[in-house]
Design a protein around this ligand. Structure first.
Ligand code: PLP
Length: 349
């Protein structure tokens, strides 16, 4: 079924200086919203950004039936706007929705919603090299009923916010061996709200101990590295790019996938496999050069300077000639239209 998106524009708020504000604090002027009722999507609209009215019984407020995506738009060299890998984000959104028993959004509606919104709020896409527009598509269960059940009603929305550098400096992370983020068969590879709420407490403890993030380990052995915060974990040791394989407990990151493709094209050896913290300790103790970094839409490539394992801190290689910066630069160049987009990742509007 074709969905017509009605657009109500209202120039109330001007683009403000968002660079100095924390990530995600200021929404752009408009938002997209569509309702799911009686088994179909309806009332698809781009409207001025506004608060929602929800019944206190709305199921999302009680049982966590919420799913979201995080993607970015960039101003390209020629002035066009590029919504990066919109199709891969759509595919992951659909998988997350499926896992949470939520209805799929047709691909055309998803893409048209984002395109209409970004076009209307194009002035909000930062032009600076370190700037981008963060796009947040999300869905919540809205049926008003307090009983534990799969909702029959939903809202699909998209909001945007200008984004700049996510982390100001290289990270100090702590390998987490007491708490777990996800176990096999759970929701680790779905981008659902509960995964993040459950991660707050261990992350808060790590922050109190002086670290920026935790590096999660697997739920069975507490030995194998999983991912970190909102980033996939990647390591470059002995000229090999190593990253945990997709087992269902970590997110299938779009940045991870992009960096792996870029590395492969450069002839770098890639290993998607289990990597234990013991293997990291051996590499550090053998005096090897260990690069470690987080890969994610918000932070892009976040260099890790310190990894704490137990009571010991290990120092990673973060000098300017590190390989991670080369991958980051190549990703930057593709998204900005400075190099050929051989993989057809750019959705240019
Ligand atoms: C838990 C988690 N892992 C990894 C990532 C990185 O995924 P992507 O590169 O698609 O942003 C994210 C961010 O979306 C995340 O929330």
């Amino acid at each position: 079924m074709e969905h017509t998106i009605s657009v109500t524009s209202q120039a109330e708020r001007k683009v403000t200086d968002t660079k100095s504000l924390p990530f995600g604090k200021i929404p752009t002027e408009h938002m997209f919203i569509a309702e799911y009722k009686n088994g179909e999507w309806q009332n698809a609209q781009v409207v001025p950004f506004h608060d929602l009215t929800l019944s206190p019984l709305a199921l999302c407020l009680h049982y966590g039936q919420t799913v979201f995506e995080g993607m970015k738009a960039f101003v390209m060299e020629d002035g066009h706007i590029n919504i990066f890998r919109a199709d891969k984000h759509y595919d992951r959104f659909i998988k997350s929705l499926h896992r949470m028993c939520m209805p799929p959004v047709p691909q055309k509606l998803f893409i048209d919603a984002i395109r209409s919104l970004v076009q209307l709020d194009a002035d909000w896409v930062p032009k600076e090299a370190d700037g981008s527009l963060y796009i947040r598509p999300f869905m919540i269960a809205t049926e008003d009923r307090i009983g534990v059940k799969i909702s029959d009603e939903y809202l699909f929305m998209v909001v945007c916010s200008p984004a700049f550098q996510y982390y100001a400096k290289p990270l100090k992370v702590k390998v987490e061996t007491n708490f777990v983020r996800a176990a096999e068969g759970g929701t680790g590879n779905a981008k659902c709200g509960g995964n993040y709420g459950g991660a707050f407490y261990p992350t808060q403890l790590a922050r109190e101990a002086g670290y920026d993030q935790v590096l999660w380990t697997d739920a069975i052995h507490n030995e194998f590295i999983e991912e970190s915060g909102t980033m996939n974990a990647m390591f470059f040791i002995d000229n090999v790019l190593v990253t945990p394989q997709l087992t269902g407990t970590i997110l299938d990151g779009v940045t991870r996938d992009s960096l792996l493709s870029i590395a492969k094209a450069k002839g770098i050896t890639i290993e998607e496999r289990q990597i234990s913290y013991a293997e990291l300790i051996t590499a550090f103790e053998d005096g090897k050069r260990v690069e470690a970094f987080g890969a994610g839409t918000a932070a892009v490539v976040a260099p890790i300077e310190i990894i704490a394992i137990g009571h010991k801190e290990y120092k990673c290689y973060i000098e300017p000639d590190a390989m991670m910066y080369q991958l980051q630069k190549e990703l930057f160049n593709i998204r900005r239209g400075l190099t050929e987009d051989v993989n057809k990742w750019n959705y240019v509007i």
